[in-house]
Design a protein around this ligand. Structure first.
Ligand code: PLP
Length: 358
């Protein structure tokens, strides 16, 4: 077997969910499990949180159906609502909570014949300008949907654009736009993603929507998982499959983009961009070999990448490599590669076997 595996610590996910709840006592929390639970495996993650989670949140009806099959009772929130009117009766059958993010969705809901009413979350565009109704449109639709036969609970939801940048002026602006609608008698309110949950108590409302924090990565550039008390969940581990000496002036990898400036010992690692490792990670990106930090050198290939072992003369073929995980935060690798932990975690490809720790 190819020595590359993503080991997923389900106890760490439970720890991180419990931490989310402790940050906002008395509130409920949708565990966000869209995109195959951020690449961790929706089946295993929903099962691990089966008894703890108040609900789950997903991005599509297909994802919702998968969660419903694993959990008969949990509330399941469809974050972008239904993409077509035909999805509404299916959403009702699956007993979903649906977002209504625009006038088209609201009109389709009012026109739908449903087997049972749905919990509806009117989405307010409080300033991100991606999805959502204007404050006035929320008022109008609130009046029209409040007693509609298609609607069970009528709830309010919005989403932050910059919750990960502490003290960004848009944060307070968005909270104000949200609170301006407090006079409307919504049953439940929800505003906070992970970043807001962790740093903006005024955003906690009734329901939290933690995603990235459950998976042990930080939404912040300047606050690490360690500082937040979160536990890393996914460890992507490989091995050295070759080791060689390279003389001054010799190059490593495609494009010969890295050239040895001193006599160097180069290791080849069994992980590449077809596994989800970012191809654009530059030379110098950290990698762990036998628990020691080394640097990526040269271009990442489809199935392999190279590291500089010059200061690790004892590292041999077969040595343990961690690309990110328990000992090398995914956020650090993401930062070096000019991206975010979210992207690295969700892009680990299907050919990488997942192994689960209970
Ligand atoms: C994905 C998503 C979340 C979770 O965000 P994190 O930053 O991962 O915590 C919350 N709310 C909405 C609407 C989302 O799309």
């Amino acid at each position: 077997m190819r020595p590359l595996v993503a080991t997923i610590d389900l106890a760490a996910i439970r720890h991180n969910y419990a931490l989310a709840k402790r940050c906002a006592p008395g509130r409920q929390a949708f565990a966000v499990v869209k995109a195959n639970a951020y690449g961790h495996g929706v089946r295993e993650v929903v099962t691990a949180l089966h008894d703890e989670a108040d609900g789950f949140a997903v991005a599509s009806l297909e994802e919702a159906a998968e969660v419903r099959a694993l959990h008969g009772e949990a509330r399941i929130l469809l974050l972008e609502g239904c993409f077509a009117a035909e999805e509404l009766p299916i959403a009702a059958q699956l007993r979903l909570d649906i977002v209504v993010q625009g006038a088209e969705q609201a009109a389709a809901l009012l026109a739908a014949a449903l087997p049972q009413p749905l919990n509806v979350w009117l989405k307010l565009d409080s300033g991100m300008h991606r999805l959502g109704l204007s404050p006035q449109a929320v008022r109008d639709w609130h009046a029209r949907l409040r007693n509609a036969p298609q609607v069970a609970e009528l709830n309010l939801l919005s989403h932050f654009a910059c919750a990960d940048e502490r003290a960004h002026p848009l944060i307070e602006q968005q909270v104000e736009v949200f609170l301006d609608l407090l006079d409307l008698d919504f049953d439940q309110r929800s505003l906070a993603n992970s970043a807001a949950l962790l740093t903006i108590p005024a955003s906690h409302m009734d329901w939290l929507r933690p995603g990235i924090m459950l998976y042990g990565a930080t939404p912040f550039a300047d606050l690490s998982v360690l500082e937040l008390g979160l536990k890393p969940v996914m460890s992507l581990t490989a091995q050295l499959i070759a080791v060689r000496d390279v003389a001054v002036g010799e190059s490593v990898g495609y494009g010969a983009s890295w050239v040895a400036e001193r006599p160097s010992r180069i290791g080849t690692v069994s992980c590449g961009y077809a596994d989800g490792y970012p191809r654009h990670a530059p030379s110098g990106t950290p990698v762990l070999v036998d628990g020691q930090r080394v640097e990526l050198v040269g271009r990442v290939s489809m199935d392999m990448l190279a590291v500089d072992l010059t200061h690790l003369p004892d590292a041999q073929v077969g040595a343990a490599v961690e690309l990110w995980g328990a000992y090398l935060p995914v956020d650090e690798v993401a930062q070096a590669a000019g991206t975010i932990g979210y992207e690295l975690l969700t892009k680990v490809t299907a050919r990488v076997p997942r192994r689960y720790l209970a």
